[in-house]
Write a protein that binds this ligand. Structure first.
Ligand code: ATP
Ligand code: LTN
Length: 335
């Protein structure tokens, strides 16, 4: 608790361009929850270097992502929006938690298996201990709740296990966090292969809607989206995964229910439906894109936010870190 509010932590990597999946599965829920909780939203740049990055590109992307958090509707005066690498406690706590995490646990992580298959020439120790850094992010702020997409559930379970293990040895040091998975949009699928999640690292640009795509591109990608030959807009996961995905996108963007959507397009063709879905996405993204353009012009403002929020995060995290250091037996600093 900070004051009378529970604490929320979440983060995203600044690798690749953000997709509609990232927005509907994560960012949109962040905005929804931001009034209710004391929130920390981090651009997790330290996680990004687990795969090789171009330094100038990473720097630019990280800043763009931070602006996107603000543009999506997170007020940076109320929510702590900051770069992970600006707060030393993340790395310090991660080291300690490494000593409370088993090799066997980390070997079971599907993200590790996927990423090491994809980057077979660079299976580094950071990629392996990635979930421990993520646990440190969350536990450092004593977060009660962590909004993520379904793909991050396994990492969150591990975070809970590490927290409980540590608490079992040293007493109640960490809050054990709960995941928050949104009702709609928790898993947006690729527009080209509805059995795969929409991902910013997909090589086919038609598979994903990027948050900065212009309206024509968005409409074109929806027109090309893979569906089926049944020709009816129904929520039938077995036989119509492509249509189900489009329904979910429409539901998330318009606030309508699945049933209302199916009723609205009863008797209409896929062409009409795809156009409506595309338009709902264009309308959703328009204000966000306008705000990003404004922020990009306002360097001093963004710089101030970056500085003040890093200080705020450093301060908020230092109490837990000191407590943990003391518990494990590090000698106290002489001040
Ligand atoms: P990459 O493909 O590079 O691994 P990603 O697109 O999966 O990246 P992340 O940075 O791993 O994105 O995820 C950021 C947040 O967005 C996480 O909370 C994740 O659960 C959520 N997310 C990512 N993809 C989707 C998706 N297709 N549907 C819903 N949520 C998603
Ligand atoms: N692993 C997450 C990003 C991430 C995160 C976190 C999410 C790093 N630290 C803490 C929630 C809480 C991802 O790849 N999406």
């Amino acid at each position: 608790m900070i004051g009378d509010k529970k604490v929320l932590f979440s983060g995203m990597q600044a690798t690749g361009n953000l997709t509609l999946g990232n927005y509907l599965g994560a960012l949109m829920n962040w905005v929804k929850l931001s009034d209710e909780y004391e929130c920390f939203y981090s651009v997790v740049d330290m996680h990004s270097i687990t795969v090789r990055q171009d330094p100038a590109e990473l720097r630019a992307r990280a800043r763009k992502l931070l602006m996107l958090y603000i543009a999506a509707g997170l007020d940076p005066e109320k929510n702590c929006i900051y770069f992970q690498s600006h707060v030393s406690g993340h790395a310090e706590l991660a080291w300690i938690l490494n000593c409370f995490t088993y090799m066997g646990e980390l070997s079971r992580m599907t993200q590790f298996k996927d990423k090491s298959a994809k980057h077979a020439d660079n299976i580094n120790a950071g990629l392996f201990t990635y979930p421990v850094l993520m646990a440190a992010d969350i536990l450092l702020y004593q977060a009660d709740v962590v909004p993520v997409g379904i793909d991050q559930m396994q990492h969150l379970e591990l975070t809970r296990d590490i927290a409980q293990r540590f608490n079992g040895i040293y007493g109640d040091v960490f809050t054990v966090p709960e995941p928050y998975i949104g009702k709609v949009g928790a898993k947006i699928m690729s527009l080209q292969d509805p059995s795969k999640k929409m991902s910013k690292s997909d090589e086919n640009p038609n598979a994903s809607i990027y948050l900065m795509d212009d309206p024509d591109t968005i409409m074109r990608k929806f027109k090309r989206a893979v569906t089926d030959s049944l020709g009816a807009v129904r929520y039938n996961e077995e036989e119509q995964p492509g249509i189900c995905n489009l329904i979910d996108i429409y539901v998330a963007c318009t606030g309508k229910t699945r049933e209302e959507t199916v009723a609205e397009f009863d008797g209409k063709g896929y062409g009409d439906f795809k156009t409506a879905v595309g338009e709902s996405v264009v309308e959703r993204l328009r204000p966000l894109q306008e705000r990003v353009a404004d922020l990009a012009k306002n360097k001093d403002y963004v710089d101030r936010i970056i500085k003040e929020n890093a200080e705020k995060a450093q301060y908020a995290s230092s109490k837990t870190l000191r407590k943990v250091q003391k518990k494990v037996g590090f000698p106290e600093k002489i001040r």
